[in-house]
Design a protein around this ligand. Sequence first.
Ligand code: ADP
Ligand code: ASP
Ligand code: MG
Length: 410
Amino acid sequence: MSLIVQKYGGSSLADLDKIRLVASRVKKCRDEGHELVVVVSAMGKTTDQLISLAKSLNPFPPERELDMLLSTGEQVSISLLSIALSSLGVSSVSLTGGQAGIITTDTYTKAKIFHIDTRRIKDLLLKHQVVIVAGFQGRTPQGDITTLGRGGSDVTACALAAALSADFCEIYTDVRGVFTADPHLVPQAKKIARLSYEEMSEMATLGAKVLQPRAVDFSQAYGVRVHVRSTFSEREGTWVEEINSMEEVRVKAITHSGDMLKIVLLGVPNQPGVAAQIFKALSDFSVFIDMIIQSEGREDYKDLAFVASREDEEKVRKAIACLEKELSFQGMKFDETMSRVSLVGAGIASSPNIAYRMFNALARAGINIDMISTSNSRISCLIPRDLMEEAVKVLHEEFIMQEVRLNEEV
Ligand code: ADP
Ligand code: ASP
Ligand code: MG
């Protein structure tokens, strides 16, 4: 008998028929004798709808109140799933994040879990109950409701799997696993059988939203094996786990993110400490920066360009407004028309041939590269958003399909 944490995403719970299907999957697993903790997201696009309700009253809703509102989406799902299970004769108990013992910081809308008190869940498991937990939410030590950031039900599931020392964590979604590119964009994309935590972490950070980046970090830190698979199929999906093989360096996937914001600060004084001052201001507003380029500029001045996510635009503007009080620069530009395409695969950035082939493939398609960044296991290019889909297809053909054909020929 295993202890399994399962997570069902919003698209798997979009209507009552789908909730019935999820209930029957849970029953089947229970009938096989496993102990089960089931994490659920809000039904379909509920979270988006709740956000737009709030924003139609105030474009910048107070974040504590937004969390109070958003958490209701998952509360609908836990109770409906528990009711659906009762009609199949399966005993279950639904718990909000707070009731499940998930304690977070008070950074509303992107709270971090710092403790999970598992006593209540363990007690219910001992009583042979299926425990259904609302994903994406927790509570502060003072008892206020928080949410964990978009896609946060993945974090709830992986964190619970870690805290309960579950045998593994199953992420049920609307695709058959993790693919070599988003299968909704590239229909020929191939399902990947196994990925290391590092590769999955890069993919998630770079836009493959099938798994939330912090969920991967939790799994890696606690050695939780994660199985990403489809709610609508019995077939094996993708295992994310520790991989220590001496595999050849190769591109595993192409990822994309359409919501990049490029900011250029013009005529920044060319002297020690200025870059530190700029990035301190951004860090004070918790803005995550991806690429940075400092141009040659004129003798006493340089231009500094960097890339953030468009959802952080308001925070970037506030940070720059603070910065302007202490640092003089000659102007700034915001470009909201950019996207990022990336190659992911352990060790690829150390292979000059892969970088050359990437830039060459984009050049052949007439796609101009605006900025480039690399880490050990990725190479990313900033390109115009209207060319993003074309770029992903071109790179998928160059790095995945050519290899697939080669292997078929052998
Ligand atoms: P859920 O509602 O189950 O949490 P998400 O919409 O958050 O599902 O994530 C699943 C989606 O991730 C898929 O429908 C797919 O379009 C997208 N996706 C992006 N890149 C990839 C990839 N490389 N492999 C699989 N899915 C991907
Ligand atoms: N319902 C939340 C969202 O849409 C959390 C999740 O689905 O994981 O972001
Ligand atoms: Mg998701």
